[in-house]
Write a protein that binds this ligand. Structure first.
Ligand code: ATP
Ligand code: MG
Length: 481
């Protein structure tokens, strides 16, 4: 806790901001750039958040250039609600910090940005970045490793990725500056690269995923130059650090347009850069159930986002990696590993492999593992086990996952119904259900009906090994839990 006295002292210690001598004028624009005046566009200040307006006005009144830029300008022109508001300015980060004092803090090591907070909203304020190619550190393939050069507005516009992302809303006169004909591109719903597409993908291969993301999210067409460059550049995604890919995966699959993202990524051969084994599996004829599971889980995620509900990344990843897990388990069982041991080993392998691909954070992989592990425990309904499972922290997620598998065609209808009833039954009801399950299990062949192809094989194995497997299964699960 900072005492009030200390707090005031801290404030006084801040260097006062010098009042601006002159207001920073709108810079002279290069040929080709144009200004869309306030009367010619639909963005009104009422659509801009209070926090963003405070930052823009604060910078402007202090004599700096201040623009709203990127996704927010694009989305407002499209009549969509922006996800967030990014600001850019010619003020240096340290100057931004002094201007907004305790509302501001600097972040980032390579390229320093200011985060300015008003209320609960944080506005990212970036100083114009230079294109200064000589000063950029690059990898052998041309990937930019470090670019921490400041620049002019024009240079800043050059290093943005797509034309639609490089419109600048000028708080000084509420006009929009368009360097690249973005206005027409937005009208035509076209995603066009600034500069030469192949070169820009070499600089940063993640731009390919961004292209797919904006096409999916905005319903834009990719410009033919982008479409042509992707097949020549997609291998470059292997160079990208897994943690950065993970960030993109989140934006592609957890933001409400996952289904379109998958379709766009597949169309351009980019999905394999994120989920290589799943991409293989989805292309196999015998994997209809896997395709359905993925389709349902993405639908489900999109519906939750649309309804304003939270989505748990672990649940989605558990679903996306499940088909890969089953194939891996199958392979291990063909080497004569018992079913449950194969499942455990497959889970470790799949998650380990993933670390080299999109590096799902550890806090999520633990949950994924739990959701998977609990699937086997749903089958064991004797004695106190159902009560223990019901009390498990991950019961809800695991049960939802069981239902998802059933909906995708796995032979789990009876089991899912049983658990549904067990959850809502009273004490006596639960006892009866356990007794009924016991009878059912003793009747060996559950009334399974015709099995879908992949589960049929698994079902046969399960039944064949019923006696001894039951034992090994509980032993392994006890170990795992
Ligand atoms: P969203 O609505 O998803 O936030 P956005 O366009 O704001 O979309 P951000 O990832 O928030 O996208 O980035 C903000 C802006 O920064 C972009 O609009 C673009 O101008 C620029 N930008 C971001 N990433 C890159 C990149 N890899 N290469 C070039 N410019 C980029
Ligand atoms: Mg943004």
């Amino acid at each position: 806790m900072v005492s009030l006295k200390h707090f005031i002292a801290l404030q006084l210690a801040e260097e006062p901001v010098a009042p601006p001598a002159v207001q920073s004028p709108t810079p002279a624009l290069p040929a080709g750039a144009r200004v869309i005046s306030r009367e010619q566009h639909r963005i009104s200040r009422r659509q801009i958040s209070d926090a963003a307006l405070q930052v823009l006005n604060g910078l402007h009144q202090a004599g700096y250039q201040a623009y709203l830029v990127g996704g927010s300008v694009r989305d407002l022109l499209l009549g969509r609600e922006p996800k967030d508001f990014d600001v850019c300015t010619n003020a240096r980060p340290e100057e931004v910090r002094k201007l907004f004092r305790r509302n501001a803090r600097l972040i980032g090591r390579r390229f320093i940005l200011a985060h300015v907070q008003f209320g609960r909203e944080i506005i990212e304020v970036a100083t114009f970045r230079g294109s200064g190619k000589d000063e950029q550190a690059r990898s052998a393939s041309g990937r930019i490793l470090a670019d921490n050069v400041y620049g002019s507005l024009e240079e800043d516009a050059q290093r943005r990725d797509f034309t639609a992302n490089a419109l600048y809303y000028n708080i000084a006169d509420r006009s929009i500056i368009d360097f690249w004909g973005a206005w027409e591109d937005i009208e035509a719903q076209r995603l066009r690269m600034i500069g030469e597409a192949e070169e820009r993908f070499h600089e940063d291969p993640v731009r390919m995923l961004r292209a797919a993301r904006f096409a999916a999210k905005l319903g834009f067409q990719l410009d033919p130059a982008i479409e042509a460059a992707i097949p020549r550049c997609r291998e470059l995604l292997r160079e990208v650090p897994p943690a950065r890919l993970y960030e993109e995966v989140g934006k592609l699959f957890l933001a409400g347009f996952a289904q379109q993202s998958l379709a766009t990524l597949q169309r351009h051969g980019l999905f394999s850069a994120l989920f290589p084994q799943l991409d293989d599996a989805l292309g196999r004829e015998d994997q209809g159930e896997a395709r359905e599971l993925v389709r349902l889980s993405l639908d489900n995620t999109d519906a939750r986002v649309a309804a304003g509900k939270s989505v748990h990344p672990a649940f989605l990843f558990a679903a996306l990696l499940w088909p890969v897990l089953l194939l891996e388990q199958e392979r291990l069982m063909s080497e004569d590993k018992p079913e449950l041991v194969a499942m455990q080993q497959a889970a470790s392998l799949v998650l380990e492999e993933n670390r080299g691909q999109i590096a799902i954070p550890r806090r999520f992989t633990l949950t994924i593992r739990e959701i998977w592990d609990l699937q086997a425990r749903f089958h064991r309904r004797g004695g106190r086990r159902p009560y223990a499972l019901l009390a498990h922290e991950r019961f809800r997620a695991a049960f939802d996952f069981l239902v998802l598998r059933r909906n995708a065609g796995a032979n789990l209808a009876l089991l899912a119904d049983w658990w549904q009833q067990f959850q809502s039954a009273d004490n006596d009801g639960r006892k009866q259900l356990i007794e009924a399950a016991h009878q059912e299990d003793r009747g060996a062949e559950l009334s399974l009906g015709p099995l879908p192809a992949s589960e049929a094989k698994r079902g046969k194995r399960r039944r064949r090994r019923r006696g001894p497997r039951q034992k090994s299964e509980s032993a392994v699960t006890a170990e795992a839990n």
